[in-house]
Design a protein around this ligand. Sequence first.
Ligand code: G4P
Length: 535
Amino acid sequence: MSNIKEIITKEVDRRRTFAIISHPDAGKTTLTEKLLLYGGAIRLAGSVKARKANRHAISDWMEIEKQRGISVTSSVMQFEYNGYCINILDTPGHQDFSEDTYRTLMAADSAVMLIDGAKGVEAQTIKLFHVCKMRGIPIFTFVNKMDRASKDPFELMEEIEKVLGIQSYPMNWPIGTDGDFKGVYNRKLKQIELFEGGNHGQTVVSSQKGSIDDQVFADLLGDHYYNKLREDIELLDMAGEEFDKKRVLKGELTPIFFGSAMTNFGVQPFLEEFLSLAPCPGIKNSSAGEVDPTWDKFTAFVFKIQANMNPAHRDRIAFMRICSGRFYKGMEVNHVQQKKTVKLSQPQQFMAQERTIVEEAFAGDIIGVFDPGIFKIGDTLCEANSDLKFEGIPIFPAEHFARVMSADTMKRKQFIKGINQLSEEGAIQVFKQIDIGIEALIIGTVGVLQFEVLEYRLKNEYGVDIKMQHLPYKHARWIENSDIDPRKLTLTSSTMIVQDENDRYVLLFENEWSIRWAEEKNKDLVLYDIAKKVE
Ligand code: G4P
């Protein structure tokens, strides 16, 4: 085995690349920060949260983007812990929830599903969970905010199974609930861990660990908590699922951890167990067969394109996930879709909160490279002279629609140019309404903030003011049958017929009911959801 192959294998084995999926306010920022704290990447908790505060209002967000000329949302944070090299992918949430949130999951090898113990499984978590499920990646659950009043842990397990359809296995169990969270019981080691102090979570907490049979813990916890713990454990062992690592890795069983990101209780045991169970970068399918991450040829795919908000420079950053081999600064690679050699310039990586120029990176890592407009989402890069392409990135369903046109008809050319650019970046989906003039376009987005980004960028980068009319549609369905004339279909009056950029017919519906109605009234009609198809 050559030396470089050995180095790559060693680096791949120690990499863990994952995303945290959650509903806004479940504590993703807090948990991310605490993981960085434990990894020694930051000294005091508080800095990541401060950054988040900056992006609350849309107008602030635009201002910050402008001032810095780069995206505030760093796409990945890398840090080290116990010999592991960890990449946490940022999945934009809140108002900036968009297709990028979904696409980021295409670059992760596993996911941490963060749930607020008081609220249980919430809407955005369900959507993100389904994307992870579709990919078959392992999903680890962290039930947060156990320091406060929360739902009963058994009830939470049941909810996860019912709502998400995944079986669960608690790796640890909370001791003391409803504002009196004392510690966790580790089922594998049959060990109690009680936490103390912690300086409001600003620094790491200390703990006392030992066997559940040790009298010290019975005394420390008192009869009520101690007996309750024993009963719960007995019930779990008797009635619960069995732990099966293979099923975890296939995404069929989710290990559950209980804790509190705010007080740090349970964060370290979670991190350590997660790192030992979560997979390192694995084999990826391509048009030329399986690509092993330890292959000594660099390969990567682009999963996100971030525009530079500085109007003076229309350059972009293309984020790519390295699938195999080693990357080094300034390397020249084969851009498979464009069939040409490109130099990967200004490669950047995000260490904790700092942007740095990357000298070297390995399979599993994410790098952002300067993009003069040559990359598209889903593009493959390959060091070898090969035309291998990675499987495409699915299009995710737009849920918001608006009719958009240039306020000044003389500026139509710039308007179209800007729309095409945003569409290439994957920020918007573009449709044309059939049988009416071409002045207006129907724009679909995954997140509602994208409309504001569209308006802002067309004005600032292309000098185009737009008129926008929000439409009540929620679902887009493509027509499978090429022989059907959509004008002849029996549809509800509110259904709109449009064409996508490839001239395929698409129906826009306001609700599920009208989709079913269209299918019932038109027996030959076959509709599909593009989100289920990989282009
Ligand atoms: P997000 O990124 O998922 O949106 O959530 P974030 O970490 O910002 O947390 C949302 C709120 O929940 C914050 O409160 C945060 O302090 C709180 N929180 C996070 N983890 C825990 C936990 O383990 N226990 C408790 N009790 N609260 C937690 P906030 O009032 O919105 O902000 P702040 O003023 O505390 O910063």
